[in-house]
Design a protein around this ligand. Structure first.
Ligand code: GLU
Length: 504
Protein backbone atom coordinates (compact mmCIF):
# COMPACT_ATOMS: atom_id res chain seq x y z
CA UNK A 1 0.00 0.00 0.00
CA UNK A 2 2.89 2.34 0.66
CA UNK A 3 3.79 2.38 -3.04
CA UNK A 4 0.42 3.80 -3.83
CA UNK A 5 0.43 7.16 -5.50
CA UNK A 6 -0.53 9.86 -3.04
CA UNK A 7 -3.89 11.32 -3.98
CA UNK A 8 -5.72 13.56 -1.58
CA UNK A 9 -8.89 15.50 -1.90
CA UNK A 10 -10.44 18.55 -0.39
CA UNK A 11 -14.16 17.87 -0.41
CA UNK A 12 -16.16 20.83 0.82
CA UNK A 13 -19.91 21.05 0.74
CA UNK A 14 -21.02 24.34 -0.82
CA UNK A 15 -23.17 25.38 2.11
CA UNK A 16 -21.74 28.85 2.64
CA UNK A 17 -18.46 30.69 2.94
CA UNK A 18 -15.44 28.49 3.49
CA UNK A 19 -14.53 28.69 7.15
CA UNK A 20 -10.92 29.36 8.05
CA UNK A 21 -10.73 25.84 9.53
CA UNK A 22 -11.65 24.48 6.13
CA UNK A 23 -8.84 26.51 4.64
CA UNK A 24 -6.41 24.89 7.04
CA UNK A 25 -7.71 21.45 6.01
CA UNK A 26 -7.16 22.33 2.36
CA UNK A 27 -3.67 23.62 3.18
CA UNK A 28 -2.60 20.45 5.01
CA UNK A 29 -3.88 18.35 2.13
CA UNK A 30 -1.94 20.54 -0.26
CA UNK A 31 1.31 20.36 1.72
CA UNK A 32 0.96 16.62 2.02
CA UNK A 33 0.24 16.12 -1.68
CA UNK A 34 3.10 18.35 -2.78
CA UNK A 35 5.69 16.79 -0.52
CA UNK A 36 4.82 13.36 -1.83
CA UNK A 37 4.62 14.40 -5.45
CA UNK A 38 0.97 13.46 -5.30
CA UNK A 39 -2.29 14.82 -6.66
CA UNK A 40 -4.64 17.21 -4.99
CA UNK A 41 -8.29 16.99 -5.94
CA UNK A 42 -11.13 19.44 -5.43
CA UNK A 43 -14.39 17.57 -5.09
CA UNK A 44 -17.61 19.40 -4.41
CA UNK A 45 -19.97 17.44 -2.17
CA UNK A 46 -23.32 18.90 -3.06
CA UNK A 47 -25.73 16.01 -2.64
CA UNK A 48 -27.66 17.80 0.06
CA UNK A 49 -29.77 20.16 -2.01
CA UNK A 50 -31.41 21.71 1.07
CA UNK A 51 -28.11 23.10 2.24
CA UNK A 52 -26.86 24.22 -1.16
CA UNK A 53 -25.90 27.89 -1.24
CA UNK A 54 -25.44 29.63 -4.59
CA UNK A 55 -22.04 31.20 -4.98
CA UNK A 56 -20.40 29.04 -2.34
CA UNK A 57 -18.52 26.86 -4.82
CA UNK A 58 -17.08 29.84 -6.70
CA UNK A 59 -16.18 31.39 -3.37
CA UNK A 60 -14.26 28.29 -2.30
CA UNK A 61 -12.31 28.17 -5.55
CA UNK A 62 -11.47 31.87 -5.48
CA UNK A 63 -10.39 31.71 -1.84
CA UNK A 64 -7.97 28.86 -2.32
CA UNK A 65 -6.53 30.35 -5.51
CA UNK A 66 -5.93 33.62 -3.69
CA UNK A 67 -4.06 31.74 -1.00
CA UNK A 68 -1.90 29.84 -3.47
CA UNK A 69 -3.52 26.45 -2.88
CA UNK A 70 -3.80 25.03 -6.37
CA UNK A 71 -5.40 21.77 -7.39
CA UNK A 72 -4.32 19.22 -9.94
CA UNK A 73 -7.81 17.94 -10.56
CA UNK A 74 -11.35 18.77 -9.75
CA UNK A 75 -14.18 21.19 -10.22
CA UNK A 76 -12.88 24.00 -12.46
CA UNK A 77 -9.58 22.13 -12.94
CA UNK A 78 -10.75 19.07 -14.87
CA UNK A 79 -9.06 15.68 -14.78
CA UNK A 80 -9.49 12.02 -15.62
CA UNK A 81 -11.67 11.07 -12.69
CA UNK A 82 -14.51 13.53 -13.23
CA UNK A 83 -17.09 14.78 -12.98
CA UNK A 84 -15.94 16.14 -9.64
CA UNK A 85 -19.23 17.64 -8.55
CA UNK A 86 -21.27 14.98 -6.79
CA UNK A 87 -24.57 16.28 -8.14
CA UNK A 88 -23.21 15.41 -11.59
CA UNK A 89 -22.32 11.88 -10.49
CA UNK A 90 -25.87 10.78 -9.69
CA UNK A 91 -25.78 8.04 -12.32
CA UNK A 92 -22.69 6.52 -10.72
CA UNK A 93 -23.96 5.90 -7.20
CA UNK A 94 -27.06 3.79 -7.83
CA UNK A 95 -25.09 0.68 -8.83
CA UNK A 96 -23.15 0.81 -5.55
CA UNK A 97 -26.34 1.12 -3.56
CA UNK A 98 -27.66 -1.90 -5.44
CA UNK A 99 -24.45 -3.80 -4.75
CA UNK A 100 -24.92 -3.39 -1.01
CA UNK A 101 -28.61 -4.31 -1.25
CA UNK A 102 -27.87 -7.45 -3.26
CA UNK A 103 -25.16 -8.49 -0.82
CA UNK A 104 -27.49 -8.03 2.13
CA UNK A 105 -25.31 -5.26 3.53
CA UNK A 106 -28.01 -2.66 3.22
CA UNK A 107 -31.78 -2.68 3.25
CA UNK A 108 -34.74 -0.60 2.15
CA UNK A 109 -36.74 1.29 4.75
CA UNK A 110 -40.14 2.93 4.32
CA UNK A 111 -40.56 4.56 7.71
CA UNK A 112 -41.94 8.04 7.29
CA UNK A 113 -40.59 10.98 9.30
CA UNK A 114 -43.77 10.87 11.37
CA UNK A 115 -43.30 7.18 12.16
CA UNK A 116 -39.72 7.76 13.17
CA UNK A 117 -40.79 10.62 15.39
CA UNK A 118 -43.35 8.34 16.99
CA UNK A 119 -40.67 5.77 17.79
CA UNK A 120 -38.43 8.42 19.25
CA UNK A 121 -41.19 9.37 21.64
CA UNK A 122 -41.91 5.77 22.50
CA UNK A 123 -38.36 4.54 23.04
CA UNK A 124 -35.86 6.65 24.98
CA UNK A 125 -32.64 7.29 23.01
CA UNK A 126 -34.12 5.58 20.00
CA UNK A 127 -31.59 4.68 17.36
CA UNK A 128 -32.30 2.85 14.12
CA UNK A 129 -29.99 -0.13 14.53
CA UNK A 130 -29.75 -3.87 15.13
CA UNK A 131 -31.82 -3.60 18.30
CA UNK A 132 -34.70 -1.70 16.72
CA UNK A 133 -34.75 -2.43 13.01
CA UNK A 134 -37.00 -5.49 13.60
CA UNK A 135 -39.73 -3.15 14.81
CA UNK A 136 -39.61 -0.92 11.76
CA UNK A 137 -41.06 -0.95 8.28
CA UNK A 138 -38.22 -2.19 6.13
CA UNK A 139 -37.17 -4.93 3.77
CA UNK A 140 -35.93 -6.99 6.71
CA UNK A 141 -39.38 -7.13 8.29
CA UNK A 142 -41.53 -7.16 5.15
CA UNK A 143 -41.84 -9.73 2.40
CA UNK A 144 -40.16 -9.12 -0.92
CA UNK A 145 -43.59 -8.87 -2.58
CA UNK A 146 -44.67 -6.19 -0.15
CA UNK A 147 -41.49 -4.22 -0.69
CA UNK A 148 -41.72 -4.48 -4.47
CA UNK A 149 -45.34 -3.47 -4.39
CA UNK A 150 -44.64 -0.37 -2.32
CA UNK A 151 -41.83 0.68 -4.64
CA UNK A 152 -44.03 0.04 -7.69
CA UNK A 153 -46.69 2.22 -6.07
CA UNK A 154 -44.18 5.02 -5.90
CA UNK A 155 -43.73 5.04 -2.12
CA UNK A 156 -40.59 6.87 -1.09
CA UNK A 157 -37.91 4.95 0.73
CA UNK A 158 -34.38 5.19 1.95
CA UNK A 159 -31.58 2.65 1.85
CA UNK A 160 -29.93 2.03 5.20
CA UNK A 161 -26.59 0.48 5.95
CA UNK A 162 -26.99 -2.70 7.96
CA UNK A 163 -24.45 -2.41 10.72
CA UNK A 164 -23.58 -5.60 12.59
CA UNK A 165 -23.62 -4.90 16.31
CA UNK A 166 -20.94 -5.59 18.89
CA UNK A 167 -17.96 -5.42 16.71
CA UNK A 168 -14.85 -3.38 17.43
CA UNK A 169 -14.09 -1.16 14.49
CA UNK A 170 -10.49 -0.01 14.21
CA UNK A 171 -9.61 3.25 12.56
CA UNK A 172 -5.93 3.88 12.04
CA UNK A 173 -5.41 7.56 12.22
CA UNK A 174 -2.06 9.05 11.25
CA UNK A 175 -2.42 11.67 13.97
CA UNK A 176 -4.39 9.89 16.67
CA UNK A 177 -3.10 6.37 16.28
CA UNK A 178 -5.58 3.56 16.56
CA UNK A 179 -9.11 4.61 17.40
CA UNK A 180 -11.45 1.78 18.36
CA UNK A 181 -15.20 2.12 18.40
CA UNK A 182 -17.83 -0.49 19.05
CA UNK A 183 -20.23 -0.81 16.15
CA UNK A 184 -23.22 -0.95 18.49
CA UNK A 185 -23.06 2.78 19.03
CA UNK A 186 -23.52 3.39 15.31
CA UNK A 187 -26.93 3.67 13.73
CA UNK A 188 -27.99 2.21 10.41
CA UNK A 189 -27.08 5.30 8.43
CA UNK A 190 -29.18 6.35 5.50
CA UNK A 191 -27.08 5.90 2.35
CA UNK A 192 -29.59 6.79 -0.32
CA UNK A 193 -32.93 8.54 -0.67
CA UNK A 194 -35.39 7.61 -3.38
CA UNK A 195 -37.04 11.03 -3.10
CA UNK A 196 -34.19 12.84 -4.83
CA UNK A 197 -32.44 9.73 -6.17
CA UNK A 198 -29.31 10.89 -4.44
CA UNK A 199 -26.89 9.22 -2.10
CA UNK A 200 -26.18 10.82 1.24
CA UNK A 201 -22.81 12.25 2.16
CA UNK A 202 -21.47 8.96 3.56
CA UNK A 203 -22.09 6.82 0.52
CA UNK A 204 -21.04 9.39 -2.05
CA UNK A 205 -17.92 10.21 -0.04
CA UNK A 206 -16.76 6.58 0.11
CA UNK A 207 -17.66 5.69 -3.46
CA UNK A 208 -15.88 8.76 -4.75
CA UNK A 209 -12.80 8.31 -2.60
CA UNK A 210 -12.62 4.80 -3.99
CA UNK A 211 -13.24 5.70 -7.64
CA UNK A 212 -10.90 8.68 -7.45
CA UNK A 213 -8.23 6.47 -5.91
CA UNK A 214 -7.83 8.66 -2.88
CA UNK A 215 -4.93 7.41 -0.80
CA UNK A 216 -5.23 9.69 2.25
CA UNK A 217 -8.23 11.34 3.82
CA UNK A 218 -7.08 14.40 5.72
CA UNK A 219 -9.97 16.28 7.25
CA UNK A 220 -11.27 18.04 10.33
CA UNK A 221 -11.80 16.36 13.66
CA UNK A 222 -15.55 16.78 13.30
CA UNK A 223 -15.47 13.88 10.84
CA UNK A 224 -13.78 11.46 13.22
CA UNK A 225 -17.12 10.05 14.45
CA UNK A 226 -17.95 9.13 10.83
CA UNK A 227 -14.67 7.29 10.30
CA UNK A 228 -15.75 3.89 11.73
CA UNK A 229 -18.79 3.96 9.48
CA UNK A 230 -16.55 4.74 6.55
CA UNK A 231 -14.25 1.85 7.42
CA UNK A 232 -17.27 -0.45 7.56
CA UNK A 233 -18.49 0.80 4.20
CA UNK A 234 -15.13 0.15 2.61
CA UNK A 235 -15.30 -3.35 3.95
CA UNK A 236 -18.88 -3.89 2.85
CA UNK A 237 -17.84 -3.02 -0.69
CA UNK A 238 -14.81 -5.30 -0.50
CA UNK A 239 -12.42 -2.40 -0.95
CA UNK A 240 -10.28 -2.90 2.17
CA UNK A 241 -7.12 -3.07 0.10
CA UNK A 242 -7.53 0.41 -1.24
CA UNK A 243 -8.93 1.98 1.89
CA UNK A 244 -7.31 5.39 2.36
CA UNK A 245 -5.34 6.25 5.44
CA UNK A 246 -7.06 8.70 7.72
CA UNK A 247 -5.81 11.81 9.46
CA UNK A 248 -8.23 13.88 11.52
CA UNK A 249 -6.92 17.36 12.19
CA UNK A 250 -7.31 19.07 15.55
CA UNK A 251 -10.10 21.56 16.09
CA UNK A 252 -9.50 25.27 15.90
CA UNK A 253 -10.38 26.71 19.28
CA UNK A 254 -11.49 30.14 20.44
CA UNK A 255 -8.58 32.50 21.14
CA UNK A 256 -9.19 31.91 24.85
CA UNK A 257 -9.10 28.17 24.25
CA UNK A 258 -12.54 27.38 25.66
CA UNK A 259 -14.47 25.70 22.91
CA UNK A 260 -14.67 25.67 19.16
CA UNK A 261 -13.83 28.78 17.14
CA UNK A 262 -16.97 30.37 15.74
CA UNK A 263 -17.87 33.32 13.60
CA UNK A 264 -19.11 35.06 16.72
CA UNK A 265 -15.60 35.02 18.16
CA UNK A 266 -14.44 36.88 15.10
CA UNK A 267 -17.22 39.46 15.44
CA UNK A 268 -16.57 39.81 19.14
CA UNK A 269 -12.80 40.30 18.89
CA UNK A 270 -12.62 41.84 15.45
CA UNK A 271 -10.95 39.30 13.21
CA UNK A 272 -12.24 37.54 10.09
CA UNK A 273 -13.03 33.83 10.09
CA UNK A 274 -13.38 33.67 6.31
CA UNK A 275 -10.65 33.98 3.69
CA UNK A 276 -12.61 36.43 1.52
CA UNK A 277 -15.42 38.78 2.27
CA UNK A 278 -18.70 36.88 2.04
CA UNK A 279 -21.78 38.58 0.70
CA UNK A 280 -24.66 36.13 0.89
CA UNK A 281 -27.79 36.79 -1.15
CA UNK A 282 -29.54 37.44 2.10
CA UNK A 283 -28.06 38.19 5.46
CA UNK A 284 -25.05 40.01 6.71
CA UNK A 285 -21.77 40.63 4.97
CA UNK A 286 -18.86 38.92 6.71
CA UNK A 287 -15.33 40.24 6.58
CA UNK A 288 -12.52 38.33 4.92
CA UNK A 289 -8.78 38.13 5.35
CA UNK A 290 -8.16 39.45 1.87
CA UNK A 291 -10.33 42.54 2.24
CA UNK A 292 -8.98 43.15 5.74
CA UNK A 293 -5.54 43.62 4.29
CA UNK A 294 -3.82 40.32 5.03
CA UNK A 295 -1.23 39.03 2.62
CA UNK A 296 -2.03 35.50 1.43
CA UNK A 297 1.42 34.26 2.46
CA UNK A 298 0.84 35.51 6.00
CA UNK A 299 -2.53 33.78 6.26
CA UNK A 300 -1.03 30.55 4.99
CA UNK A 301 1.92 30.69 7.36
CA UNK A 302 -0.34 31.51 10.29
CA UNK A 303 -2.74 28.66 9.52
CA UNK A 304 0.03 26.14 8.90
CA UNK A 305 1.16 26.50 12.50
CA UNK A 306 -2.31 25.97 13.96
CA UNK A 307 -2.00 22.28 14.67
CA UNK A 308 1.48 21.60 13.36
CA UNK A 309 5.03 22.84 13.90
CA UNK A 310 8.31 21.91 12.29
CA UNK A 311 9.82 20.72 15.58
CA UNK A 312 11.92 23.81 16.16
CA UNK A 313 11.25 27.51 16.70
CA UNK A 314 11.04 28.40 13.06
CA UNK A 315 7.87 30.33 12.44
CA UNK A 316 8.22 32.24 9.20
CA UNK A 317 8.19 29.75 6.34
CA UNK A 318 7.42 30.03 2.68
CA UNK A 319 5.03 27.58 1.09
CA UNK A 320 8.00 25.72 -0.42
CA UNK A 321 9.69 25.42 2.95
CA UNK A 322 6.48 24.20 4.51
CA UNK A 323 6.11 21.59 1.80
CA UNK A 324 9.55 20.30 2.74
CA UNK A 325 9.06 20.47 6.49
CA UNK A 326 5.44 19.41 6.87
CA UNK A 327 4.95 16.13 8.66
CA UNK A 328 1.45 14.80 9.16
CA UNK A 329 2.67 12.70 12.09
CA UNK A 330 3.72 15.86 13.88
CA UNK A 331 0.20 17.29 13.85
CA UNK A 332 -1.21 17.66 17.31
CA UNK A 333 -4.22 15.80 18.60
CA UNK A 334 -5.41 18.58 20.84
CA UNK A 335 -7.16 21.66 19.56
CA UNK A 336 -5.22 24.70 18.41
CA UNK A 337 -6.06 28.07 19.92
CA UNK A 338 -6.86 30.57 17.21
CA UNK A 339 -4.43 33.26 18.26
CA UNK A 340 -5.54 35.89 15.74
CA UNK A 341 -2.93 38.33 17.01
CA UNK A 342 -0.34 35.95 15.72
CA UNK A 343 -1.97 36.33 12.33
CA UNK A 344 -1.36 40.08 12.55
CA UNK A 345 2.23 39.40 13.58
CA UNK A 346 2.71 37.23 10.50
CA UNK A 347 1.29 39.96 8.31
CA UNK A 348 3.85 42.35 9.76
CA UNK A 349 6.63 39.84 9.09
CA UNK A 350 5.60 39.35 5.48
CA UNK A 351 5.40 43.07 4.85
CA UNK A 352 9.05 43.26 5.97
CA UNK A 353 10.06 40.27 3.86
CA UNK A 354 8.44 41.38 0.65
CA UNK A 355 10.37 43.64 -1.74
CA UNK A 356 9.54 47.32 -1.27
CA UNK A 357 8.38 47.49 -4.88
CA UNK A 358 5.70 44.93 -4.17
CA UNK A 359 4.50 46.70 -1.04
CA UNK A 360 4.55 50.01 -2.90
CA UNK A 361 2.39 48.48 -5.60
CA UNK A 362 -0.14 47.47 -2.94
CA UNK A 363 0.06 50.89 -1.33
CA UNK A 364 -0.73 52.77 -4.55
CA UNK A 365 -4.50 52.24 -4.32
CA UNK A 366 -4.46 53.58 -0.75
CA UNK A 367 -2.61 56.68 -1.91
CA UNK A 368 -5.07 57.10 -4.72
CA UNK A 369 -7.96 56.90 -2.29
CA UNK A 370 -6.42 59.89 -0.54
CA UNK A 371 -6.04 61.72 -3.82
CA UNK A 372 -2.29 61.30 -3.94
CA UNK A 373 -0.41 60.59 -7.11
CA UNK A 374 3.31 60.25 -6.58
CA UNK A 375 6.22 58.93 -8.62
CA UNK A 376 6.54 55.19 -8.07
CA UNK A 377 10.19 55.55 -7.07
CA UNK A 378 9.25 57.87 -4.25
CA UNK A 379 6.56 55.49 -3.01
CA UNK A 380 9.11 52.66 -3.00
CA UNK A 381 11.56 54.75 -0.98
CA UNK A 382 8.97 55.84 1.55
CA UNK A 383 7.63 52.30 1.93
CA UNK A 384 11.16 51.06 2.53
CA UNK A 385 11.66 53.63 5.28
CA UNK A 386 8.35 53.15 7.02
CA UNK A 387 7.11 49.60 6.58
CA UNK A 388 8.69 48.29 9.75
CA UNK A 389 6.13 50.36 11.64
CA UNK A 390 3.02 48.69 10.24
CA UNK A 391 1.21 45.37 10.20
CA UNK A 392 -1.15 46.27 7.37
CA UNK A 393 -0.57 48.11 4.11
CA UNK A 394 -3.39 50.53 4.83
CA UNK A 395 -1.67 51.60 8.05
CA UNK A 396 1.13 52.99 5.93
CA UNK A 397 -1.00 56.02 5.17
CA UNK A 398 -1.09 57.07 8.82
CA UNK A 399 2.62 56.76 9.30
CA UNK A 400 3.76 58.34 6.08
CA UNK A 401 1.10 60.61 4.58
CA UNK A 402 3.33 63.64 5.34
CA UNK A 403 5.75 62.47 2.68
CA UNK A 404 3.05 63.11 0.11
CA UNK A 405 0.94 65.88 1.60
CA UNK A 406 2.34 69.00 3.26
CA UNK A 407 0.94 69.67 6.74
CA UNK A 408 -2.22 71.75 6.53
CA UNK A 409 -2.04 72.47 10.22
CA UNK A 410 0.39 71.95 13.05
CA UNK A 411 -0.37 69.69 15.98
CA UNK A 412 -1.18 71.92 18.91
CA UNK A 413 0.54 69.90 21.61
CA UNK A 414 3.71 69.55 19.58
CA UNK A 415 3.73 73.26 18.83
CA UNK A 416 3.41 74.06 22.51
CA UNK A 417 6.27 71.80 23.37
CA UNK A 418 8.62 72.20 20.41
CA UNK A 419 8.11 75.66 18.93
CA UNK A 420 10.21 77.97 21.09
CA UNK A 421 10.59 81.73 21.17
CA UNK A 422 13.44 81.64 18.72
CA UNK A 423 12.19 78.79 16.53
CA UNK A 424 10.96 81.02 13.71
CA UNK A 425 14.30 82.81 13.59
CA UNK A 426 16.29 79.56 13.73
CA UNK A 427 14.18 77.94 11.01
CA UNK A 428 14.61 80.93 8.75
CA UNK A 429 18.35 80.65 9.21
CA UNK A 430 18.26 76.88 8.72
CA UNK A 431 16.29 77.33 5.52
CA UNK A 432 19.06 79.55 4.21
CA UNK A 433 21.66 76.96 5.13
CA UNK A 434 19.64 74.22 3.46
CA UNK A 435 19.15 76.32 0.37
CA UNK A 436 22.91 76.46 0.02
CA UNK A 437 23.53 72.71 0.33
CA UNK A 438 24.86 71.28 -2.88
CA UNK A 439 25.08 67.63 -1.96
CA UNK A 440 21.48 67.05 -0.85
CA UNK A 441 22.06 63.41 0.10
CA UNK A 442 21.18 62.37 3.65
CA UNK A 443 24.83 62.49 4.72
CA UNK A 444 25.48 65.68 2.76
CA UNK A 445 22.70 67.55 4.57
CA UNK A 446 23.60 66.13 7.90
CA UNK A 447 27.20 67.29 7.63
CA UNK A 448 26.35 70.86 6.71
CA UNK A 449 23.49 71.27 9.16
CA UNK A 450 25.40 69.76 12.07
CA UNK A 451 28.36 72.02 11.39
CA UNK A 452 26.07 75.01 11.30
CA UNK A 453 24.43 74.02 14.63
CA UNK A 454 27.84 73.58 16.26
CA UNK A 455 29.13 76.86 14.87
CA UNK A 456 26.09 78.74 16.16
CA UNK A 457 26.13 76.91 19.46
CA UNK A 458 22.46 75.98 19.08
CA UNK A 459 20.82 73.11 20.91
CA UNK A 460 20.58 70.19 18.44
CA UNK A 461 17.37 68.81 19.93
CA UNK A 462 15.57 72.14 19.75
CA UNK A 463 16.55 72.68 16.14
CA UNK A 464 15.64 69.20 15.04
CA UNK A 465 12.30 69.22 16.84
CA UNK A 466 11.28 72.49 15.27
CA UNK A 467 12.58 71.34 11.89
CA UNK A 468 10.43 68.19 12.20
CA UNK A 469 7.38 70.23 13.06
CA UNK A 470 7.82 72.33 9.92
CA UNK A 471 8.03 69.31 7.62
CA UNK A 472 5.69 66.82 9.30
CA UNK A 473 3.26 69.00 11.21
CA UNK A 474 3.74 66.93 14.34
CA UNK A 475 6.40 65.15 16.34
CA UNK A 476 6.54 61.82 14.52
CA UNK A 477 8.48 60.33 11.63
CA UNK A 478 11.84 58.81 10.83
CA UNK A 479 15.25 60.45 10.88
CA UNK A 480 14.97 64.15 9.90
CA UNK A 481 17.33 64.10 6.96
CA UNK A 482 15.60 61.00 5.57
CA UNK A 483 12.47 63.10 5.43
CA UNK A 484 14.05 66.17 3.84
CA UNK A 485 15.95 63.97 1.40
CA UNK A 486 12.72 62.29 0.23
CA UNK A 487 10.89 65.62 0.04
CA UNK A 488 13.71 67.26 -1.88
CA UNK A 489 15.18 70.67 -1.36
CA UNK A 490 12.41 72.68 -2.92
CA UNK A 491 9.57 71.06 -1.00
CA UNK A 492 11.58 71.16 2.22
CA UNK A 493 12.14 74.88 1.89
CA UNK A 494 8.52 75.53 0.97
CA UNK A 495 7.29 73.69 4.05
CA UNK A 496 9.75 75.51 6.31
CA UNK A 497 8.69 78.85 4.93
CA UNK A 498 5.04 78.14 5.43
CA UNK A 499 5.56 76.91 8.99
CA UNK A 500 7.45 80.05 9.91
CA UNK A 501 4.64 82.16 8.49
CA UNK A 502 1.93 80.26 10.32
CA UNK A 503 3.64 79.63 13.64
CA UNK A 504 5.71 82.84 13.83
N1 GLU B 1 -18.20 17.25 2.55
C1 GLU B 1 -17.49 17.11 3.77
C2 GLU B 1 -17.17 18.48 4.30
O1 GLU B 1 -17.91 19.36 4.01
C3 GLU B 1 -16.25 16.28 3.53
C4 GLU B 1 -15.68 15.62 4.72
C5 GLU B 1 -14.55 14.72 4.28
O2 GLU B 1 -13.49 15.26 3.97
O3 GLU B 1 -14.74 13.51 4.22
O4 GLU B 1 -16.23 18.75 4.98
Amino acid sequence: MSERKVRVRFAPSPTGALHIGGVRTALYNYLFARQHGGDMILRIEDTDSHRFVPGAEAYIIESLEWLGIHFDEGVSYGGDYGPYRQSERKHIYKQYVDQLLNDGKAYIAFDTPAELEEKRKEIPNFQYDASTRRMMRNSLTMSKEEVDALIAEGKQYVVRFKIEPNEDVHVNDLIRGEVVINSSILDDKVLYKSADELPTYHLANIVDDHLMEVSHVIRGEEWLPSAPLHVLLYRAFGWEDTMPEFAHLPLLLKPEGNGKLSKRDGDRLGFPVFPLEWRPESGEVSSGYRESGYLPEAVINFLALLGWNPGNDQEVMSMDEMIKLFDIHRCSKSGAKFDYKKGIWFNHQYIQLKPNEEIAELFLPVLKEHGVEAPFEKVVTVVGMMKDRVSFIKELWDVCSFFFVAPAEYDEKTVKKRWKEDSAKCMTELAEVIAGIEDFSIEGQERVVMDWIAEKGYHTGNIMNAFRLTLVGEGKGPHMFDISWVLGKEETLARMKRAVEVLK
